[in-house]
Structures are given as structure tokens and as C-alpha cells.
Design a binder for this molecule. Sequence first.
Ligand code: SF4
Length: 330
Amino acid sequence: MFFNQNLKIDEIAKKYSFKYKAVKSILNKSKGKRSFFLEDYTINPYMGCSFDCSYCYINGSKYASNTKEFFVKENALEKLKTQLKNKAIKRERAIIMVGSATDPYMPIESELFLTRDILKLINRYRYCSHILTKSNLILRDLDILKKIKNGSIIPEDLKRKKDPKNGKTKENKESKESKENENLKMIVSFSFSTTEDKIASIFEENAPRPSERLKAIKKLKKEGFHVGASLMPLLPYITDTEEAIHKTFKDLKKAGAIYALPAGLSLFGSEDSGSRGSYFTKLREHFPESLEETSKLFKNKNYANQNYYNNQLKKLEEIAKGYEVKTSIV
Ligand code: SF4
């Protein structure tokens, strides 16, 4: 089911090399609300991601056996309608993260409007949302994003805060924190590994350029949204140097980003396959000078050593302070 019955869905899927797949559930309970995403539930309208970034964590990991296959969740709207209706009857309120696993604004979305229709349902049942994307196509749905921002009901845990005297949770409708939390009804995070178009064109060939994402941040900030960046991942020895991080924060600050969430690179698969294979191929071609260091950093593991991540975080937090950009959403 799609809201627009006149869509030629088979032709659209063929054009973008997608297939349709029915799913058992579309709204998935988060295993634990992560402080950096604040999500209670996640929704991914599509499976696989046609942006195909060379460092993409789904490539070669347990999340995807074949990242060259893309699917539209054909029954997403029926499933979501039922699931949201049931939760709304129980008065359960939540932040629903759209695009936690794959981008909700891939090129096919420009013709299929599935993410848009999902947002309409989120708005109908007055849920809050957090969208994560690399695409400025999100601006097409500004009308719905505004409705969610103005009409959704904030979950209790974001409405309340602990009384420092007795540790109990109490409502703080008049507090500054409570008012700030009202902005969390509609959060938009743009994902960046760099703000440099030239570098992005190597590692994220098929995604909209960072300059387009920065323009979208500017527009959404002007419209009063809680908008920021997810620096997931910064690329070792390329976009994680002190100089590169300064440039990234300078660009984000100029665009109006409120926060930038840090995260390091992870690599899955072998030297010839998965994200490890595709990332190392790009390094060999474009950044041979950082190949050996990167190889040493990861050895044969999926993650770099913990010292690297700790040092990166420390460096990034210090730089972020200087630009008055938060490193968390709240
Ligand atoms: S946009 Fe995100 S999900 Fe899509 S390929 Fe790139 S890193 Fe993976």
C-alpha cells in the first residue's frame, strides 16, 4: 500500500534497481535509548543503501550479506499504521528514529514518497521523530517536519528531570531544560565524514555533497529545527586530523549546527570484500600515504584500538567547545 495509488511502483523500483519485500514489523523497539540518538523506536523504510559509501558499516557486517541488493518495505505503511495506533491508544509516547540503519532519502525516495508517507503517519499519531540522512531531499518534506515539530507529544522522560536534592524525577514545565526539550520533538541529523566535497566525492560517490547538506542545515536551523551533524565516521589520518576537525566545525558552526555527534570508523570484511575492502581500495587510489598507518591502526580487527577512539573523542570535544557546538543532542 502506498498513499498515492497512482504511483507506477514497479517502474520506479526497476529504474532504481530495487525490489519489494514484505516485513513482519516496521517499528522496532530500540534495545536501549542511546544518549546520542535519543531514540525509543527505529524505522527504516528501505533495506540496503544505494549511496554505497565505501566505509559503510553495513557492508560486510552482520547487518547485510549483500549490500548491492536494495529493497523497499512494501507493507511499511499498513504495519506502521497498526503499530502506531496501538501505541497511541496506550498513551505511549516516543521518539521514533527514521533512518537508523540505511538512509531514508535515497534517490528512489524522490519518486516513491515512502519516507514522506511514514512521516505523515508519525505526525497523525503525534509522535516525535529524529531523522538521520545524508540527503538534502529531506527539505521536500519540510511541511510535515514542521507539523511534527509543532504537534507531537514529547515523551515523559524528556519532560522530566531529576531533583538534585532527593534524586526523584519531577516535572519541570517551567524550567529552561523543559523548554529546550520541546525542541526535541523533531530532530534532524545530517551525517558527514567530511565537509569537503572533494574528499566526499571519493568515499561517498553517490551521496549528495556535504555542501548541499550544509545548506540544508542552514535552512532547517532558520526554520527553528533542532538540527546538527553526526560525524560518523571521521576518517583516520584524512578527516580526523586537528586541522580537518577545525575545518569541519567551522563549516558546521557557519551552517548553524547545534551539535555534532562523534564516532570512529569501523571496518568489516576482508582486504578484498566488505567495507574493509572498499575503503582500502579508495586509500590505495587516493590516499596511499595513509594506507600503512590505517592498516596498523585496525590490524585485522573491525575496530581500531580503544586509545585511538579515546584520543579522538578528547580532541574533538576540545575543538567543539571552541566553536560552541555541542557533542550531544541535548
Ligand atoms: S548513507 Fe549511511 S547507510 Fe547509506 S551507504 Fe552511506 S554510510 Fe551506509
